[in-house]
Design a protein around this ligand. Structure first.
Ligand SMILES: Nc1ncnc2c1ncn2[C@@H]1O[C@H](COP(=O)(O)OP(=O)(O)OP(=O)(O)O)[C@@H](O)[C@H]1O
Length: 733
């Protein structure tokens, strides 16, 4: 009788050989039908669905450029098997980009929201690593960066779905989770990292031996957002640590074309694929969009009435700030509209955010959210997107409304605009390709005013009173911070009516508004000669005015009690008459540990001047020398530091390469004389070539899941996922 050990080992060998053969075939197939650089695969006629696929009788290969079915692509059987459980036909962005991405080219892909961009990068990632026979000992082969944690989570799930039959390992690295230490131990053994920029950088900085020098492919989802100023520091720091020789894919519904941005990523002759560039509309065709003029003080009543008349719809409501979301959620909950309510914002704990995200995917309900939910999230079957507050710009509008009418489904959106924000409507109408949006009059007769109800709630619940104040102030602040001053004008807002509409008994004091009012009074008092010819404020005066606003902004959330006195005291309106108190400024940029020296009159002596002997005539000469020497030393240290780092990296790389070779050899030996045990980790702690997912939200859950994974090998992925969901829900409740 044949030894079962030998049988298993033979089966493994056979599997490896067939994988090698498949890879050789795929490489040759891709090479034979590669599209020309700059060509558009959508322009090629699709082969008939019944046409033979792969190697043909004449020794050639079937064409894949222009094909419509996933099965016709030169991709591994494992990926095809993963896909076919849900996907058959490709979407336009997938058809247009996959022939290029599979050929190893850098791609900038733009397509409308909900058009299937995620698969357009998941497939090439899996294929690239599969064809490179990537294993656990090879470490990080792909990094996918997403702007939000929820989106990263969603991408991770899609990777698990499509990559189900691959033996690659993937990890979800997002901030706000307790298990960073556990992550650090395993991150070097993960092949695909789906992460947010902050958490990735944290690993790059803190995790000993974190290595991505062999990175094969980098993906930026929502690329324009990742590359904008908000993530500049993180992204630059990350890119500087990645090898230049790699494939880079950038996808978004609103793609960046900034040459500077692309240079930051060192793209090599990228393919620009914009499948909807010629489309008549910039938004999904099945999306009905309306805008409504609603005065600020009627917004909440209008929203309430809207929800009451759509109790069977799944509604996503966008507001500008976390505090507004909290306030509207808490008060509406108390008013019981007759539909479940949920809220999502950046200040919530990660575990709760994830649970809310999953619940909203499943349940017909109303979700109040900030822009954390505006990009990429694929909530199924959202009926309405309501933008209670105006988006900051057109891309933000496109992404928000894109949460509905996804893929082949329909959806509706309504944008509430203040009378002073109607310019946004004109801007939306003016863009190319068009955004088909209509301005409708609000039906105020059917509106149920809730400001009275809100007032009573605020009296009854002091916490709601605080939330209302927070919502009031942060909304005004958000308007003040908006860049587009043609749309957002703080001083056109009916502030008192707004406060009353939130149920507030009095208008809270907001310093930057008082400041402005005060300045206005002042300018009325100034003589004509002080103004410019066109009546505008003199430049220097304008500067002072802006500085005043900036200073006041720091205090916007904590208005000082003294502001009341300033108002009551007429002398305070003319600050010139009031002796100014000299403020002590703390220089936060001062390096820690440096002492500040003062001269006899209390002026700060600059550090170098303090070194000089002011009694002697050659002070200047010596000062210069000190400075020069200091600069020289600094340069030398920088240089040495750089050299050290290079040397250190080189040593690490050599060490890791040696380790990798050793591990790879050992794995192959192991595979050859396997003892039949199927455990996930070898003695050295390095996982064998078997699937490994790393995604846990806290230590308990982590342990529980590890138990499941190690003890019950027979548990299917579906069962594990169900278990994970239960855990998540139980943690939430
Ligand atoms: N080829 C396909 N066939 C059927 N459904 C698909 C296909 N490709 C994607 N989908 C589905 O379409 C939905 C939207 O896809 P996806 O989230 O990738 O869109 P997107 O273009 O990334 O959107 P956004 O710009 O909002 O991020 C998902 O539910 C996905 O499962």
């Amino acid at each position: 009788m044949r030894n079962p050990k030998t049988k298993k080992s033979n089966a493994r060998k056979q599997r490896r050989l067939s994988e090698v053969e498949e890879i050789e075939l795929l490489d040759a197939w891709i090479e034979s039908g590669k599209p020309d650089s700059g060509s558009n695969p959508l322009a090629f006629p699709p082969p008939p669905p019944s046409a033979p696929v792969g190697r043909l009788a004449d020794g050639g290969f079937s064409p894949y450029v222009g094909c419509k079915l996933f099965q016709q692509l030169p991709i591994s059987q494992k990926t095809k098997d993963g896909l076919k459980r849900k996907y058959t036909e490709m979407s336009e962005i997938q058809r247009a980009s996959l022939p290029h991405t599979l050929s190893g080219r850098d791609v900038l892909g733009a397509a409308k929201t909900g058009s299937g961009k995620t698969l357009a990068f998941i497939i090439p990632v899996l294929e690239k690593l599969y064809r490179a026979r990537w294993g656990p000992e090879d470490g990080v082969g792909c990094i996918i960066i997403s702007p939000t944690k929820e989106l990263a989570g969603q991408l991770f799930e899609e990777f698990k779905f499509v990559g189900k039959y691959h033996s690659l390992s993937a990890g979800l690295l997002i901030g706000g989770r307790k298990d960073v230490e556990a992550e650090k131990e395993r991150v070097n053994f993960l092949n695909i990292l789906v992460c947010t920029p902050g958490r990735l950088l944290q690993h790059m900085n803190e995790t000993p031996n974190f290595e991505c020098s062999e990175l094969q492919i980098l993906v930026l989802d929502e690329a324009d957002r990742i590359l904008d100023a908000g993530f500049r520091y993180e992204v630059d720091a990350i890119i500087s640590q990645l090898p230049k020789h790699r494939q880079t894919l950038l996808f978004s519904a609103t793609q960046t074309k900034s040459v500077k941005d692309l240079a930051r990523l060192s793209l090599k002759d990228p393919e620009y694929i914009s499948v909807h560039a010629e489309s008549v509309t910039a938004t999904p065709e099945r999306l009905k969009q309306i805008a409504m003029e609603v005065p600020l003080d009627q917004k909440l009543s209008m929203l309430w009435s809207f929800i009451k008349s759509h109790l069977r719809s799944k509604i996503l409501v966008f507001l500008s700030t976390c505090k507004q979301v909290k306030f509207v959620y808490e008060t509406f909950k108390k008013l019981r509209p007759g539909i479940p309510l949920k809220c999502l914002h950046g200040r919530m704990k990660q575990i709760v955010r994830m649970a809310i995200y999953s619940q909203f995917c499943e349940e017909t309900s109303v979700l109040f959210s900030t822009d954390v939910a505006s990009r990429g999230l694929d909530f199924p079957a959202v009926d309405w997107v309501v933008q209670l507050d105006c988006p900051e710009d057109i891309p933000a509008y496109i992404h928000r409304v894109g949460r509905t009418a996804r893929f082949a489904s329909e959806g509706k959106s309504v944008l509430f605009l203040l009378p002073s924000e109607l310019e946004m409507f004109r801007k939306l109408q003016a863009v190319e390709p068009k955004i088909p949006i209509q301005l409708r009059k609000a039906n105020t007769q059917r509106m149920q005013s809730i400001s009275g109800l809100l007032s009573s709630l605020l009296v009854k619940f002091p916490t709601l009173m605080e939330l209302a104040k927070g919502a009031f102030k942060t909304y005004l602040r958000s308007i003040k911070k908006q860049k587009d001053k043609e749309v957002f004008d703080l001083f056109k807002l009916p502030i008192d009516d707004f406060a009353a509409s939130l149920g507030l008994p009095m208008t809270p004091k907001v310093r930057f508004i008082q400041q402005k009012t005060k300045k206005n009074t002042e300018s009325e008092e100034t003589t004509d000669s002080e103004n410019n010819e066109d009546g505008s404020r003199p430049a220097s005066d304008e500067k002072q005015h802006l500085e005043g606003l900036e200073e006041a902004e720091d205090d916007v959330l904590f208005p000082k009690e003294s502001s009341v006195e300033i108002e009551d005291n007429p002398a305070a309106v003319f600050p010139l008459k009031k002796p100014k108190k000299k403020k002590l400024k703390i220089n936060v940029l001062r390096p820690i540990g440096t002492r500040i020296k003062y001269d006899d009159e209390g002026n700060i002596i600059p550090p170098l001047a303090a070194l000089a002997d002011t009694q002697h005539v050659d002070v200047l000469v010596r000062l210069d020398k000190v400075k020069e020497r200091y600069e020289k030393l600094k340069e030398e240290m920088k240089q040495r530091d750089k050299e050290d780092k290079v040397l250190h990296r080189q040593r690490l790389r050599e060490k890791r390469t040696k380790e990798k070779m050793k591990l790879k050899r050992r794995r192959e030996e192991d595979e050859e004389d396997d003892d039949g045990l199927d455990v996930d980790e070898t003695e050295s702690g390095v996982p064998k070539k078997s699937k490994l997912y790393f995604h846990s939200d806290d230590d308990d859950a982590n342990e529980k899941r590890e138990d499941v994974r190690l003890k019950t090998d027979s548990v299917s992925i579906a069962e594990q996922e169900e278990l994970a969901l239960k855990l998540l829900n139980s943690m939430h409740s």
